[in-house]
Design a protein around this ligand. Structure first.
Ligand code: ZN
Ligand code: ZN
Length: 406
């Protein structure tokens, strides 16, 4: 493998992408740059694949399996802390407000590593098959992969044999983690509007106070995971927004909150969603209020690695990374990656690599300060160390691809 000769390209590309992030479904400059680099590397390029900025590069090398390699392109509405010379100073409008934009989920490392991996694979002449390199928009909104499905089906009707994707996480930068079975949770988003009866703060008897009612709901919703889900199952119910009222002496007409649910199994997911509905409507009834309005928001699918394909990738990682390849425990984060292989009903493997100084991670683990010392994805100081992060990610992508392309 010729990682050394491509390392400067990969590092420069990473710095460039980190400094110029774009929000979901606005990855126009990023997509154009990905397409340009794919052409440079000798791939056939499809642009505007799907309803947004999706880019697909195709590298055909005779008969053999078709392997889809994926990187996501979007940044987040997060203002970066001053920490590295290639810091992002980009800003954009988000939900009516001016905000900083940052690659706070590390998708810049995914793109740089995939472009590097493609150059390495293009140079190797001892494999045959087809590579579809997919640069996907809007992962953070869980709509990017879904928006590419129809176009992918039309443009690539022969389908794929396997899809491969990876994500950077808070762990040592020389480490990869993989597993068979569920690796990322399903995510559900509910928007609940509670209808009370408004009035003067001094005359509560004439009102149905939606704040008191909703406060009780919020507390009661916390009992779903602790009292209704088996301790051996995993689920999370979080309330991320809660809005009501305009002034201290007015009892408002309504209150609104948003719930996020994470789960790993369909029966658990259904049970949690049903319990939310029951508690919300039950509390409304208790208060003598009309039924609440519950609207479904974003949904992210479960990410479940194929057993055979994960075993193939796992064995290849063992051979290359040795004891720096560990088992991935299922994460409660969510991904829309699986929508890509779902286009053709193909199997897939999604794995993780670390992005932080191995020594810092080791010390933090020893001291029990890992959660404080190592930033999490989406935080303004989630800035992976350049190396060995990019070497690890590029090597992992080449290794996994070559496990199928022989
Ligand atoms: Zn993210
Ligand atoms: Zn991400």
């Amino acid at each position: 493998m010729t990682l050394e000769s491509h390392r400067p390209f990969i590092e420069d590309l990473y710095r460039e992408l980190h400094a110029s992030p774009e929000l979901s479904n606005r990855e126009h400059r990023t997509a154009a740059r990905m397409a340009e680099l794919l052409r440079e590397a000798g791939l056939d390029v499809h642009e505007q694949v799907g309803d947004s900025t999706g880019v697909v590069g195709v590298l055909r090398r005779g008969d053999g399996p078709t392997v889809l390699l994926r990187a996501d392109m979007d940044g987040l509405p997060v203002t970066e802390v001053e920490q590295v010379p290639y810091r992002s100073s980009a800003t954009d409008e988000f939900e009516g407000q001016r905000t900083g934009v940052m690659h706070a989920c590390g998708h810049d490392t995914h793109m740089a590593a995939l472009q590097g991996a493609l150059r390495i694979l293009a140079e190797q002449d001892d494999w045959s098959g087809t590579i579809l390199a997919v640069f996907q928009p809007a992962e953070e909104m869980m709509v990017g992969a879904l928006g590419m499905q129809e176009a992918l089906r039309e443009r690539f009707p022969d389908g794929i044999d396997v899809a491969l994707g990876q994500h950077v996480m808070p762990a040592a930068a020389d480490e990869v983690r993989s597993a068979a079975g569920p690796v990322m949770a399903a995510s559900d988003h509910l928007i609940v509007t509670v209808h009370g009866r408004g009035g003067h703060g001094s005359q509560p008897e004439k009102t149905i106070d939606p704040i008191v009612l909703t406060a009780s709901m919020v507390v009661r919703l916390q009992t779903i995971v602790s009292r209704e889900v088996a301790p051996s199952d995993r689920a999370v119910v979080s309330i991320g927004t809660f809005h009501a009222g305009t002034k201290q002496n007015i009892i408002p007409e309504s209150a609104r909150f948003e719930v996020n649910v994470r789960s790993f199994e369909e029966p658990v997911r259904r049970r949690v969603l049903a319990a939310i509905e029951r508690i919300v409507q039950g509390e409304c009834q208790v208060a003598g209020a009309p039924p609440a309005t519950i609207v479904r928001g974003d949904i992210a699918p479960l990410t479940v690695n194929d057993d055979d394909a994960a075993a193939t990738v796992g064995a290849a990682f063992d051979a290359v990374f040795g004891d720096r390849h560990a088992a991935q425990q299922p994460l409660l984060g969510s991904e829309d990656f699986s929508y890509l292989p779902e286009t053709w009903g193909a199997p897939y493997v999604y794995w993780m690599y670390g992005g932080f100084d191995p020594e810092l991670v080791r010390v933090a683990r020893e001291r029990g300060t890992f959660d404080i010392d190592v930033p999490s994805n989406h935080s303004p100081d989630f800035i992976p160390v350049l190396q060995p992060t990019l070497d690890t990610a590029t090597t992992a992508m080449v290794t996994a691809a070559r496990a199928f392309l022989v």
